[in-house]
Design a protein around this ligand. Structure first.
Ligand code: UD1
Ligand code: MG
Length: 462
């Protein structure tokens, strides 16, 4: 049976008060819409994202996710035009649903990001179902009324509900599975005769329920909570944070303060990883067994090996870090950084497009850009790889067992051979062969008792 998902994502999200379309607002680094798309089973025939407001932004996000392999199934888009309600959003998919020969349509909202993959799988297998939840404070949601057998009797939006209906705490989660042969004529019959003058999908669902058993399935409020305001976003973020951190604790990860650590949904942690307070990890990140992530560190994408020590306040963007490395405190590893095993990158060191081979070190205050540092080489304090001439970037290559003395500048393009020594304070702008010593330091000037004469001279003037 062909099951096609329709994801509603065309609304403006007025209550967010934002330039960004609501469905692109992030929860722990990943946009709400991506959370929803990632729950889709691979067996789906396709998913249709209904979009309009912020269309260009949503399309380019989809393009990026597709390129990064984050979409589990084929995802198409339909522009709703001026959005006239959730029912209208599904109406505009009619031609696509027919073309895909949909038998069953699963409808999800792009603003309900924490729905679980298991729930979506079950919904995709249900002949006709609506997900509902008990909300102690149901305000803002549509209310659900069941028949005696538990199936759906009626859905009523808050604004259209009478006092008795307003008191109902069973609310509509906005996720449905419905047979297309019944939903399609129901959508044709929709009228916008309600408080918001919109075409409500909920009316079409009721229409289907008048002809076919529509099961009301219960979910946790945490799964079906919608994101309609910044408050909702903060609450969703808090529950996602707890869900993810609890999951990793079960897998053998320790947190010094789980309430202050934010780990995104695409992170994989090994056993005995230790997360210190105020850590944020987003994007796709793999962290190996026994690694410690220091307080205040921010990691966005990348791969970190086993038994690595990321010391406090390090910023890591898409870097690959080998086993047993030591990074930070206050290190910044930018895009294209690769550290092989046993590398040390210390405080106030910045790296970019740089390969540091096994056992090499840059421990203090250095900039390593567009470079390769050979095995066991040492880059001293204050060394700068001058990679940019104002127009183009150039490479620095250092062989193995080399020693770059403190406060030196390597003016790229430049190659330093194996075992070479650069004396402290040198400016190197040419090739240095293997085992050579290079020094560009001015000669030392020494004047005996000169300091005494210096002060005497100054005092005389005042
Ligand atoms: C909807 C349901 C409500 C339910 C709630 C659950 C209706 C009429 N109401 O209300 O019963 O309790 O979800 O979260 O369906 N959208 C479009 N095109 C439109 C309008 C909306 O694509 O013309 C999209 C929005 O971008 C959003 C989703 O549909 O992602 C839901 O729309 P929203 O306006 O948030 O509906 P709610 O008021 O939350
Ligand atoms: Mg909503």
């Amino acid at each position: 049976m062909n099951t096609v998902a329709v994801i509603l994502a065309a609304g403006l999200g007025k209550r967010m008060k934002s330039r960004l379309p609501k469905v692109l607002h992030p929860i722990l680094g990943d946009p709400a819409l991506l959370w929803v798309l990632r729950t889709l089973p691979v067996e789906l025939k396709a998913a249709i994202v209904v979009l309009h407001h912020g269309k260009e932004q949503v399309l380019s996000a989809l393009e990026r996710w597709r390129a990064d392999g984050l979409l589990p199934c084929s995802v198409l888009t339909v522009d709703q035009g001026q959005p006239l309600g959730t029912g209208h959003a599904v109406q505009v998919c009619e031609a696509e649903l027919d073309r895909l020969e949909a038998a069953r349509v699963v409808i999800l909202s792009g603003d309900v990001p924490l729905i679980r993959a298991e729930t979506v799988v079950a919904l995709c297998a249900a002949p006709a179902s609506l997900l509902a939840m008990e909300m102690p404070d149901p305000s803002g949601y549509g209310r659900v009324i069941q028949k005696l057998d538990g199936s759906l009797a009626k859905l009523v939006e808050q604004r259209d509900a009478n006092a008795d209906e307003q008191a109902i705490t069973l609310v509509n989660g906005g996720a449905y599975s419905l047979p297309w042969d019944l939903l399609k004529p129901a959508l044709h019959r929709l009228k916008a005769n309600n408080a918001q003058h919109e075409f409500y999908l909920t009316d079409a669902v009721m229409d289907v329920a008048s002809k076919h058993h529509v099961q009301v399935d219960f979910c946790d409020t945490e799964e079906l909570a919608g994101m309609n305001s910044r408050d909702d976003q903060a609450a969703l973020q808090a529950s996602a944070q707890w869900r993810i951190n609890a999951f990793w604790m079960k897998g053998g990860v320790s947190f010094l303060d789980a309430s202050s650590s934010f780990l995104g949904p695409r992170i994989k942690l090994g056993q005995d990883v230790l997360i210190e307070p105020s850590v944020r990890i987003e994007g796709a990140v793999k962290v190996g067994d026994g690694t410690r992530v220091g307080q205040g560190s921010i990691i966005n994408g990348g791969e970190i090996g086993k038994d690595v020590s990321i010391r406090p306040y390090s910023i890591i963007d898409g870097a690959k870090i080998g086993d047993h490395c030591i990074v930070g405190p206050f290190a910044r590893l930018r895009e294209g950084t690769e550290l092989q095993a046993d590398v040390h990158v210390g405080n106030f060191v910045e790296t970019k497009q740089t390969l540091m081979k096994k056992g090499s070190k840059a421990n203090h205050l250095a900039y390593l850009g567009d470079s390769e540092v050979g095995e066991n080489s040492n880059v001293g304090a204050g060394v700068i790889f001058c990679n940019y001439d104002g127009i183009a970037k150039h490479r620095t290559t250092i062989g193995k067992d080399a020693f770059i003395g403190s406060d030196s500048q390597l003016v790229a393009p430049v190659n330093i051979g194996d075992g070479a020594v650069i004396a402290a304070g040198s400016t190197i702008s040419g090739e240095v062969p293997a085992r050579a010593l290079a020094m560009t330091r001015p000669a030392l000037v020494l004047k005996e008792e000169g300091a005494v004469r210096y002060w005497a001279r100054l005092k005389k003037k005042t």
